[in-house]
Structure formats: C-alpha cells, structure tokens
Design a protein around this ligand. Structure first.
Ligand SMILES: Nc1ncnc2c1ncn2[C@@H]1O[C@H](COP(=O)(O)OP(=O)(O)OP(=O)(O)O)[C@@H](O)[C@H]1O
Ligand SMILES: [Mg+2]
Length: 367
C-alpha cells in the first residue's frame, strides 16, 4: 500500500540491486564509478571503470539541476567515454534536499502498520503536503537493551528533486535504480579506508570534509554512526575566481592553469596560500558549529575529500589550524585496479570520486 504510492523511493531498503554504476551529479562534473568484487572469497573490490565528465557552467545550482538538457548530455558523454555496458545507475540527493529523522517504534510490526506510523510521523515534521514528497524508511536496529523497540530511519524529499535527477538519467538512456543521500554514499566509501586507523577507529570522532567546486560538505561520525552533517557554501570555484581576477584570465583558462600549475611565480604566495588559509578557517568554523550543536567536544581525525583535497600541503595547513590530524581520503586505496586505469591518474582523481564510489557500492547490497 505504502510503497505503491510512490514512483521512486529513497531506496535505503536493502533489496538486491542489479549491478550498477555510481553516478554523482555535481556542479563541476558528473562522476561515474563501476566496481566489481575481487580477491580471495570476493572480500575486496576492483575499480573497473570511472569517468569525470566536465559539467557546463550554470547547469547546476545549489545541488539542484537547472538545465536538464545540459546535465543529461553530460551524463550521456560521460557514459559513452566510460565504455561500460551497464545502464542501471545509483544516484544521490544532497543532504540539503532531504529531511531525515529517526523514530522509535514497537518491534515486530507488520510492514503496513509501520508504513502508516511513518506517514503519520512524517506529516508532523515535514513542511510540505505528503503528496508532494517522496518518503522512505528503513528499520535500522533494535533499540539498545530492548527487544521490544526498534529504531526506524525516515527520509523525505520533495518529489521534483528526485524526479529531476531520474529524468536527467533517463534521457541519457540510464535507469535510476537507487536514490541515496550524498552523505550516506560518502560514508559508505569512506568506511572502506577505516582499517588504516588504530583499532578501526573505535570510539573515535571523525570529521569527513568534502571540498568540491561550490560546497564544503561536512559529516561527522562516532563509532561509524553519523552524528552531524552540514553543507556550507565554499569551494574551489573561489580559487578559480581569484586566479581569474589576479592574472586576468577567463574562468576556463583559470581552471586549466590551476590544475596544471601553469601560473606565474607569485601564484603560490599571493593566491594559493591565502585560499588554503581561508579554507582551513572554514573547516575550523565547521568544527566549532559541530561542537556548539552537539554534546561533542573533540574531533580525533579530519579526512578531506573532493577536488580541492589534492592541493599540495592543504592537509597540513588544516591540521595546523585545527590541531587535528588531517589526511586525504582515497576510497580506492585497498582496491585492485583494472588494467584500463593508471594508478597515477586515479590518485589525482580519487578524492573527488568519494560519493560516486559509495554509490557504486550499492551494487553489492545484500539481498
Ligand atoms: N589539481 C587541483 N588543484 C586545485 N584544485 C583542483 C585540482 N583538481 C581539481 N580541483 C578543484 O576541485 C573542484 C572540483 O572538485 P569536485 O569534483 O569535488 O567538485 P564538485 O563535486 O563538482 O562540486 P560540488 O560538490 O561543490 O558540487 C574544482 O574547483 C577544481 O578546480
Ligand atoms: Mg561534489
């Protein structure tokens, strides 16, 4: 009853997915990742293919699609360049487009009863009529020390946000099978790398900071549980703009020069260094927001991701500002590489592929 009301669900439900491509539609590019199982007993993963297809300027705004045709063409170009046969995709919505809430309900309810309860609950805190939203829920786990109650996660998003992404994929010939949330996808990919920390990061508070072209996305985890999430407007476009102003270059020229380092001698001291300092202050402010809005008073590690994470020396600047050990995330660090992929190029691209990688992992959801 509940499910049939919705055309597409925010699919947290662990249904068996067919193999699919993880697709992150973001402001500067579309990123696609395809993974397969590998290694002894299929315990590890292999990255088979990936692509980063540049997005035309102004096709996206605030994480939303404003030019559907341009986004769809970008998806199509990326898919062709990737050279895959898979057409099923997992997409994600930015956290700012999704309202999530945990509720506690009696255990062992019938699916219908649970759905009714979720809908009643949702109608109380979601500021839109229920027929304008897509709603999904998942039983997360039993409440501690209780056999009688379970924790249920509810997620809701405005229908058009979901439909825009699905439609862009569809007109590029791709079928959206999963609609996830960016922060959940980032967490799934990030967790692949946690083995490198002492005791698998037990009892540690970890901030994952994705710095893209327009947005800095902060997720904080404690013992693997997300405890805080926030997006704030700040990203690499600010650096591009500054390069453009200082050296009188077009935006495109500035973007290229920034990536290949082909800029005058004073670039590092006059432009890059101040940008990194500002970025570190933004990270520090984000962490202070986290302290003021939760009961936490300490962060043990910061991991940076997103295209800006590859700026040489950035993690050191953040570490010295925040006094927290800071590392760059590489979700593929423990993966096998297909022969099509060179590790040198993947090392440059890896940090910006975090969300796409997390979405590609949805191929392996247990049934
Ligand atoms: N080598 C590099 N040096 C400096 N900046 C870089 C480098 N490579 C990429 N960037 C910057 O990283 C940004 C793109 O990162 P990313 O792909 O994570 O962004 P996005 O996901 O498209 O943006 P958003 O998440 O904000 O929508 C751009 O601003 C780009 O200039
Ligand atoms: Mg991004």
């Amino acid at each position: 009853m509940f499910k049939s009301n919705f055309e597409i669900n925010l699919d947290f439900l662990r249904i068996k997915s067919p193999r699919l491509i993880g697709v992150d539609i973001s402001s500067s590019s579309v990123k696609m990742v395809e993974l397969s199982r590998s290694g002894k007993g299929n315990q590890t993963y292999r990255i088979d293919r990936y692509v980063i297809e540049p997005m035309p300027a102004d096709a996206m705004l605030d994480g939303g699609i404003v030019n559907l045709e341009a986004v769809s063409e970008c998806l199509q170009r990326g898919w062709k360049r990737m050279g895959t046969r898979l057409k099923n995709v997992a997409l994600a919505l930015p956290v700012t487009d999704v309202i999530t809430k945990k509720i506690i309900v009696p255990a062992g309810q019938r699916e219908d009863d649970l759905a009714f309860q979720v809908e009643t609950e949702a109608s109380q805190y979601i500021p839109f009529p229920l027929d304008e939203i897509d709603l999904d829920f998942q039983v997360v786990k039993p409440v501690q020390d209780s056999q009688e109650e379970v924790e249920v996660l509810i997620a809701a998003s405005r229908k058009e946000k979901v439909e825009d992404r699905v439609a862009a994929a569809l007109s590029a010939g791709l079928k959206a099978i999963v609609m996830d949330i960016e922060s959940y996808a980032a967490q799934a990919a990030f967790e692949l790398t946690l083995g490198q920390l002492p005791e698998n990061s037990k009892d540690q508070v970890i901030a994952l900071v994705d710095i893209g072209a327009t947005v800095m996305k902060i997720n904080v985890f404690h013992n693997g549980e997300p405890v805080y999430t926030r997006d704030q407007p700040f990203g690499g476009n600010q650096l591009t703009q500054e390069i453009s102003n200082q050296f009188n270059l077009s935006t495109e020229e500035s973007e290229t020069a920034k990536r290949n380092g082909n800029l005058p001698d004073n670039y590092k001291s006059d432009v890059l260094q101040p940008f990194c300092e500002t970025l570190a202050i933004e990270v520090m402010r984000a962490i202070q927001f986290f302290y003021t809005s939760t009961q936490y008073t300490e962060v043990n590690y910061i991991f940076i991701a997103g295209g800006c994470a590859v700026i040489p020396g950035l993690s050191d600047i953040i570490a010295s500002r925040t006094q927290v050990s800071t590392f760059v995330v590489n979700p593929f660090a423990n993966m096998e590489l297909s022969s099509r992929i060179t590790s040198r190029q993947l090392n440059v691209d890896a940090s910006s592929l975090l969300i796409a990688c997390g979405l590609a992992l949805r191929s392996f959801d247990p049934s």
